[in-house]
Design a protein around this ligand. Structure first.
Ligand SMILES: Cc1cc2nc3c(=O)[nH]c(=O)nc-3n(C[C@H](O)[C@H](O)[C@H](O)COP(=O)(O)O)c2cc1C
Length: 200
């Protein structure tokens, strides 16, 4: 976990953001898209941003015991790095899901964390803004639709930005550095959410 307090000048409200990095490729496409997003966000700070590089964390799969349903504060009984995510999550206004598409869904690292969020679902996800930043080669809808399906149920303020990192004509991957328009979109989305996501 890396915690940073980013100071900037435009507005002066504080957004507390938890960023879940789902790719095992640190500084890969989804991380780079997220970096631009956070640059936009930090124009409207000061903001508190906590990063979780899930690939580097010890997070066990949900055991489906549902002990969290009856536990005080719905605490998950598994004592691993997910506890850091729980603490940051409850204080956050904005949750950033940064992930590539893997086999039509989120990466395994992200899915592990997502399943463990069952412990948070008892209190609902209302009042949170979700920014889903996804990179992909061929399709993203199957993962995007999961977020679209749960958003109204949990009253989530949902924003999805997808970026194709593949050129169908050449059959080659395109590094996200070569897709400036999507980087700009990410920056703009970050800036917009920086102005609207704070509960303080
Ligand atoms: C194991 C694996 C599975 C993948 N599955 C899909 C997929 O189902 N759909 C798709 O559009 N892209 C798929 N991709 C491509 C990645 O989503 C894409 O290259 C992405 O930009 C990588 O992001 P990253 O650099 O942040 O890891 C897959 C890549 C890998 C390594």
């Amino acid at each position: 976990m890396v915690t940073g307090n980013i100071a900037s000048s435009l507005v002066g409200i504080t957004v507390r953001a938890s960023v879940l990095h789902g790719s095992p490729r640190k500084n890969g496409n989804s991380d780079t898209l997220t970096e631009r997003f956070l640059e936009g966000l930090q124009q409207t700070g000061p903001h508190e941003i906590t990063h979780f590089h899930l690939n580097e964390m010890e997070i066990s799969p949900c055991q489906g015991c549902l002990a969290c349903s009856a536990a005080p504060e719905h605490k998950c009984r598994i004592d691993d790095d997910m506890q850091q995510v729980y603490s940051a999550y409850t204080k956050s206004d904005l949750i950033v899901w940064a992930t590539p598409m893997y086999w039509g869904y989120l990466t395994a690292q992200m899915k592990l964390a997502q399943d463990r969020m069952e412990a948070l679902a008892w209190e609902g996800f209302g009042d949170k803004t979700f920014a889903v930043l996804m990179t992909y080669r061929h399709h993203y809808e199957s993962a995007a639709n999961m977020f679209r399906r749960i958003a109204p149920h949990f009253n989530i303020d949902l924003h999805i930005l997808e970026c194709c990192t593949y050129d169908k004509e050449t059959g080659k991957d395109v590094p996200i550095e070569d897709i400036p328009e999507k980087q700009r979109e990410a920056y703009d989305l970050g800036e917009r959410l920086g102005l609207t996501s704070s509960s303080s």
